[in-house]
Design a binder for this molecule. Sequence first.
Ligand SMILES: Nc1nc2c(ncn2[C@@H]2O[C@H](COP(=O)(O)OP(=O)(O)OP(=O)(O)O)[C@@H](O)[C@H]2O)c(=O)[nH]1
Ligand SMILES: [Mg+2]
Length: 451
Amino acid sequence: MYHTDDTIAAIASAPEGSARGIIRISGPAVPAILSACFQPAGGEQLICTDRASARRGTVSLQRPRARRLDAEVYLWPEGRSYTRQTSAELHTIGSPPLLSAALQAVCAAGARAAEPGEFTLRAFLAGRLDLTQAEGVLGVIDARGDEQLRQSLGQLAGNLARPLGQLRDSLLDLLAHLEAGLDFVEEDIEFVTRQQLDEQIQDALTQVERIADQLAKRRRSDAAPRVVLVGSPNVGKSSLFNALANRCAALVSDRPGTTRDYLTARLDLGGQQCELIDTAGHESAHAAIASAARDFAASQAASGDLVCLCLDATRPTVDWEREQLATVPAVPRLIVWTKCDRGRPMELPTAVATSAHTGQGLDELRGVLSQVLAHTRGESAASLTAERCGASLQAAGESLRRAGALIGALEGEELIASELRLALGQLGQVVGAVYTDDILDRVFSRFCIGK
Ligand SMILES: Nc1nc2c(ncn2[C@@H]2O[C@H](COP(=O)(O)OP(=O)(O)OP(=O)(O)O)[C@@H](O)[C@H]2O)c(=O)[nH]1
Ligand SMILES: [Mg+2]
């Protein structure tokens, strides 16, 4: 069983350190903990009102030695925070040893170190989120690329919770009518006609199928991570694409700017699937079409899971390439030297030397891609939810189908009601209205501490 009556605390900012560090605290003892370890500036007392508030002050640290750390405290009263409990955040310098000393001070004052995902678990248990939205939170944290972020934010905003909630409400109403009819069976009172029952069950079945289909589609679309080939015109991206995909899909020519549109191919990297994307070369052209192609290549790169920056080993690097090498990429990046049969690549760490013409380095590149992708890929919220709920949605659909068949066969209403109960139980598991510790463990153990 999960307890929510104690007070939990954790470092909620990046574990490797950042400019700002955050300690999150949630539970009934927040006011007592803050009055024990936080001194507001100006010597006044920190008072928890019915509105969110912020105060500057200092936290008293005991270890490794007694000292005071400047901090701001943000305080949310019960009912108005993420967990719906009295909650606080201490914002201070993001140095890991200082944050860990501040967390020790908070724990010494009465908090317990939070388990992974425990804040979101409390938000779920307090009814602030359903399970699909909790998975949306995780999807937002782990999103790789714009598409995953968009999907996860949608799920967090309730684009699954809402239709599922409406569907459960209408099935509950239907079940209530059926059960009321069963209570008055002697009097021959009918609360819902067979035709209404049939229509509403068919309608519910269509919705369950639509949600299951939508989840499965999203899961398929993000099942394969995306590897995007980018680089200057004529460096050999399309040749590399063809060599890796083992086909001549992309047009190759010695004229720079050959690729205008983009092409994709499915690669199997020894069990690890990926989608390989060839893009137009980056160039400083003015022609509208070239610049559209370049913008498109940039957007493909931004939504990829891994970018292969292709550099031509037969010539020195150009300005744009040097700029790229000097910047920290937003998406994980691999340097791929091309045309190594005709030139010697410059020494760069973690670069792979290839030739599309001789096949040199292609196996090595496949191996590196597979390794890097195994570590860069985050699962989208839809994938997590689809994996957890696929069987429940299918079972709910089957119960509704059986209920429909029972109506058609003019069977008794007890049997129909029992199928509706089964369907509701399965939908309840999807949103978390019906849950076991096991289900919650599966969802929340994927979170990191502090979320
Ligand atoms: N020697 C040698 N030539 C290559 C290799 N790969 C590509 N080339 C040549 O380089 C030229 C450009 O190749 P593409 O694959 O079209 O280059 P790209 O980067 O797709 O070019 P854009 O689509 O215009 O951006 C062609 O003439 C290819 O034959 C290679 O591994 N070795
Ligand atoms: Mg090309």
